[in-house]
Every structure is written in structure tokens, then in C-alpha cells.
Design a binder for this molecule. Structure first.
Ligand code: GLP
Length: 254
């Protein structure tokens, strides 16, 4: 894994957006795997700037998002579809019909999961997958478990994850209990993975994911097995890794 240190969240956004822009410039019909949460916000702001300035053209890009809350429609202001429209898609020249987020209102969730996996397979995997990381090491909504789950699936959110995400809702009770998430096959078949992390709250999860054993108890640890995975993180998130390895530079391969 290649680790890139950034000074702060704005710097994470700049570095990550540059990587994504390079992908789209080199391959204008790229399939981008996208993520939600607060971590990608600075990245999306930079992507919008790059599009507005005419540097990057998204007209031929397709996108496949990681996850969606079960029970929320795309119009709900805490749904991930709404988040993506509001924070990125409405501001770049992407064709909305080529943007994909799981349908949280699907009556038949098994069929929705199968549809999503077929979509990923038809694309031959994403060209670049952007990931955040949960405090407990989750990626997408792949929560710690006894096994890794390959397929897109419905997951019961942990109490900790619901609490962490409650800041976006009126109360913890308003946070959905379940989500549809892309599974590890969808993530690991991406040609290139970029995981971003900011803040000291992510330092333990990042440490365990990069330096600990590969285990479904720390879902992001599976990324150690990916041939092309880059982590872009701020100093606070990297603090434990710096302490353990003695690394002081800007990039390192671990
Ligand atoms: C949610 C999302 C994840 C995201 C995580 C961290 O649970 N499903 O994809 O990585 O939150 O969010 P944040 O970036 O807000 O810390």
C-alpha cells in the first residue's frame, strides 16, 4: 500500500481530486466508484472546481456508489443519492443517468443487490474506487464481521456506526438500521483504490487496517491484498502509523 501524507483535510481533497482528475483525463469514459460521508467533501469541492474551470470533462464518465440506507428515498436529504447529487453530480457535467446508487426503497432487496453486482460486473469493475473509512474500519457499509462478504448485500448497521452518523439526522432514532452496501468483490475488483481519512478519530482504524492482520473484524484490512491501493490521509489520522514505523516523509510503501 502506498501512503501519502497530507497536511489537512483540504490537502487530502486536493491530492485525491488530482488523482481522480488524472484518471478521467487519461480515460474519459472512466467508471468511478464513489463514496459518501464527510471525508470526500473536500475532494468533491475540488472536482467541481476542476470541472468549472474546464480542466476535466465528466460527460462520458459513469459512477457507481458504494452504498445507500435502506428505507430512504433519493429525495430524503440524508440519503446517499441526495448527498451525491447535492455535493457533486449537480455541479459537474456528468450524465445523471450514468450515476448509480443502490435503491434504498427497493421492495425486493435481494434483487436490488443482484442488479447492483451485475452493474459492477458489466463495467468490468470500477477504474478507480474512492473509499472513506469508518471508526471501526468499515468500508462502504461492510461492518466488522466473522467473514468478508463478497456480494452486494443488506447489512445491519452497528450501534457505533449509527451513532457516528446520527450527527446528520435529527436524532439517533432517525438513523436507518440497515443499508445496502457493495461487498468486497465490488470493491476489490476495482483497478485502483484510493482510501482517504482525516482526523485523530480515524487513526486507530487506519493503523489496524494498514499494519494489523488481514481480518474481517477490520474490514479495510482486506485492502492490504489489493495490488494498487493508495491511502491519502492527514497528519492526525496518520499519527499512530508514524509513531509505530518512525516514518517522517510524505509518502511510504507499506
Ligand atoms: C459511512 C459511509 C462510509 C464512510 C464512513 C465514514 O458509514 N457508509 O462509506 O466511509 O461513513 O464517514 P466520514 O467520512 O463521515 O467519517
Amino acid at each position: 500500500m502506498r501512503i501519502i501524507a497530507a497536511v489537512d483535510s483540504k490537502d487530502v481533497g486536493r491530492k485525491t481530486a488530482n488523482r481522480i482528475a488524472a484518471q478521467v483525463i487519461v480515460k474519459p469514459d472512466s467508471v468511478l466508484g464513489l463514496a459518501t460521508g464527510s471525508s470526500p467533501l473536500t475532494t468533491y469541492a475540488q472536482l467541481i472546481e476542476g470541472c468549472e474551470s474546464g480542466d476535466v470533462d465528466y460527460s462520458r464518465v459513469s459512477t457507481i456508489n458504494l452504498d445507500e440506507y435502506v428505507g430512504l428515498s433519493g429525495e430524503h436529504d440524508q440519503s446517499y443519492r441526495y448527498f451525491m447529487n447535492h455535493n457533486l453530480f449537480d455541479h459537474i457535467n456528468v450524465d445523471k443517468s450514468r450515476t448509480n446508487v443502490p435503491n434504498g426503497l427497493a421492495a425486493d432487496s435481494a434483487a436490488e443487490c443482484a442488479r447492483y453486482d451485475a452493474l459492477i460486473a458489466a463495467a468490468g469493475g470500477t477504474d478507480l474506487q474512492l473509499l472513506g473509512i469508518g471508526n471501526n474500519g468499515h468500508i462502504g457499509f461492510n461492518e466488522p464481521d466473522e467473514t468478508f462478504t463478497a456480494a452486494t448485500h443488506v447489512v445491519e448497521l452497528t450501534e457505533g456506526t449509527r451513532q457516528a452518523n446520527a450527527r446528520f439526522f435529527t436524532s439517533i432514532d432517525a438513523v436507518p438500521t440497515h443499508a445496502i452496501t457493495m461487498g468486497m468483490r465490488g470493491i476489490m475488483t476495482s483497478k485502483c483504490i484510493v482510501l482517504i481519512a482525516m482526523g485523530v478519530g480515524k487513526s486507530q482504524a487506519l493503523y489496524d487496517s494498514i499494519l494489523g492482520p488481514v481480518t474481517p473484524l477490520i474490514p479495510a484490512s482486506i485492502l492490504q491484498l489489493h495490488p494498487n491501493c493508495t491511502i491519502i490521509a492527514d497528519e492526525a489520522a496518520l499519527s499512530l502509523i508514524r509513531e509505530e514505523t518512525g516514518w517522517t516523509g510524505e509518502t511510504i510503501e507499506l
